[in-house]
Design a protein around this ligand. Structure first.
Ligand code: ADP
Ligand code: MG
Length: 394
C-alpha cells in the first residue's frame, strides 16, 4: 500500500469525526482512477479498449442513519451538503455533488435505499487530468451505498448506472470505458473490454523490470469538450456514409481499413482521417492484448507509439505539450513506448519504461518540459494498481 493510501484513510477518519462524530463504525470504500493503456476514442465507436486501474482514487467513509437525512461532506471542496432523501434537487452539473447525489438519487429511484446516511469523500487523484476522477467518484459512491445498505447489484449494472449519472447529472456524454475500468478493473490486471458487447477479460500484467509511468501535463483541458463533440460528429458522418453502402454497418467498428481506402473518397478529409484512426486503433488494442499475454513488451511499446502518432495526426486530439512529453520519453534510453492517454488536449501521457530509466526520464521531463512550457509535470510510477471495494481498517 502506498503512503498516499494510508494518508487518505487518516484524512477520511479525521473528516468523518469532525462532521459526524466518532468514525469507529463507519465503512470505508475506495474506487481507483484508471489509465487507458491503449484504445483511445474507440469506446464511442463500439470498439476495443484496454485501461488499467491505478493506485490513486476516491475514498468514502460512510454510515447509515436512523432517519432519512442525507449528509455528505467533501474534504477537497470543504463543503457539507444535506437534504431529505425523498426531497432531491439537482446540483449544478459537474459539481462534485452532482456525481455523488446523482448516484444516490438513481439508487433511491430503484428502491434500494431505505433511509439516510452520512459520508465524507476525499481523493488523491488528479482532477480533470483524464484519470477518471469523476468515474471513480461515481463508482465509490455506488459501492459504498451497496456496502452499508446491503443490496445486491451486478457490477456491470453499477457501471451502467454510473455512466447514466455522468450523462444526465453531469451532462458529459462519455463512453462506458471509465466506469467499467473503475468498477471492474482488478489488481495486477488490465481490462480488455469490447465496448459493443460489454464482454471483458482481465488480462494479467506482468511487466518484469518495466514500469508504467504516468505523467500529467498539467495543461488545463479547455478545448476538450467541444473537440470531443466534433469528433463524435465526424465519426458519425463516416458511419452514415458507409451505412449507405452496406446497411449492416452501425459504427466504425464495422468498417475495414480497405473500405476507407476504396470507398472513402466522398468523405470529408476529417471524417476519413478519424475513421483511419479508429479502425487502426481497434486493431492495435487486439495486437496489444496479444503482446501483453505473450510478454512481448517491446511490441506493446511500439503499438503505444503508433497510437500516439495516430491520435496526433489522424484524430488530432493531441497538443504541443503532450507531443513534447511523448517525444522526450521516446528519446530516453529504456523507454519502450509512450502515448497520450484520455481525451487529449492536455491530461496525461502513459509510458512503458525500464525501472532503471525512470529516474533519468523524470529528470529529463522536469527540466526540458518545464523549460519549454513553464509547467511542472506530475510524474508518477504505477506501483500497485488497486480495485474498487471496501477497505479493511485493521
Ligand atoms: P476526470 O474524470 O478526467 O478527472 P472530470 O472533469 O470528468 O475529469 O471530473 C472531475 C470532477 O470530478 C471534479 O470537477 C469534481 O467535481 C469531481 N471530483 C474529482 N475528484 C474529487 C474529489 N476528490 N472530491 C470531490 N469531487 C471530486
Ligand atoms: Mg471524467
Amino acid at each position: 500500500m502506498t503512503v498516499a493510501h494510508d494518508a487518505m484513510i487518516r484524512s477520511l477518519a479525521g473528516g468523518f469525526a469532525m462532521h459526524f462524530g466518532k468514525a469507529d463504525d463507519a465503512t470505508i470504500v475506495m474506487a481507483p482512477g484508471r489509465v487507458n493503456l491503449i484504445g483511445e476514442y474507440t469506446d464511442l465507436n463500439d470498439g476495443y479498449v484496454m485501461p488499467m486501474t491505478i493506485d490513486r482514487g476516491i475514498y468514502i467513509a460512510i454510515r447509515k442513519r436512523s432517519d432519512n437525512r442525507v449528509r455528505v461532506a467533501s474534504v477537497r471542496y470543504d463543503e457539507l451538503i444535506e437534504y431529505e432523501l425523498d426531497n432531491f434537487s439537482r446540483p449544478k452539473p459537474g459539481s462534485w455533488s452532482s456525481y455523488v447525489f446523482g448516484v444516490v438519487e438513481e439508487l433511491r429511484l430503484r428502491g434500494l435505499l431505505d433511509g439516510g446516511f452520512e459520508a465524507v469523500v476525499d481523493g488523491n487523484l488528479n482532477l480533470g487530468a483524464g484519470l477518471s476522477s469523476s468515474a471513480a467518484l461515481e463508482v465509490a459512491t455506488a459501492v459504498s451505498l451497496q456496502q452499508v445498505f446491503g443490496f445486491e447489484m451486478d457490477p456491470v449494472d453499477t457501471v451502467k448506472l454510473c455512466q447514466h449519472v455522468e450523462h444526465s447529472y453531469a451532462n458529459v456524454l462519455c463512453g462506458i470505458m471509465d466506469q467499467f475500468a473503475c468498477r471492474i478493473g482488478k489488481k495486477d490486471h488490465a481490462l480488455f473490454l469490447d465496448c459493443r458487447s460489454l464482454k471483458y477479460e482481465n488480462v494479467p500484467v506482468a511487466l518484469g523490470d518495466h514500469r508504467i509511468v504516468i505523467v500529467s501535463s498539467e495543461v488545463k483541458r479547455s478545448l476538450a469538450s467541444s473537440a470531443y463533440n466534433a469528433r463524435r460528429a465526424e465519426c458519425q458522418e463516416a458511419v452514415e456514409h458507409f451505412a449507405r453502402l452496406d446497411p449492416g454497418i452501425q459504427s466504425l467498428r464495422d468498417v475495414s481499413a480497405d473500405m476507407v481506402e476504396e470507398n472513402g473518397d466522398e468523405l470529408s478529409v476529417n471524417a476519413r482521417r478519424r475513421s483511419r484512426h479508429v479502425i487502426a486503433e481497434n486493431q492495435r488494442v487486439l495486437d496489444a492484448v496479444a503482446a501483453l499475454r505473450s510478454g512481448k513488451l517491446a511490441e506493446f511499446g511500439r503499438l503505444m507509439i503508433e497510437s500516439h502518432r495516430s491520435l496526433r495526426d489522424d484524430f488530432e486530439v493531441s497538443c504541443a505539450e503532450l507531443d513534447l512529453l511523448v517525444r522526450l520519453a521516446k528519446n530516453t534510453d529504456g523507454v519502450l513506448g509512450s502515448r497520450m492517454t484520455g481525451a487529449g488536449f492536455g491530461g496525461c501521457t502513459v509510458s512503458l519504461v525500464h525501472k532503471d530509466a525512470v529516474a533519468s526520464l523524470t529528470e529529463t521531463l522536469n527540466t526540458d518540459y518545464s523549460a519549454r512550457f513553464d509547467l511542472t509535470p506530475d510524474v508518477f510510477v504505477l506501483e500497485r494498481n488497486l480495485e474498487a471495494g471496501p477497505l479493511s481498517l485493521a
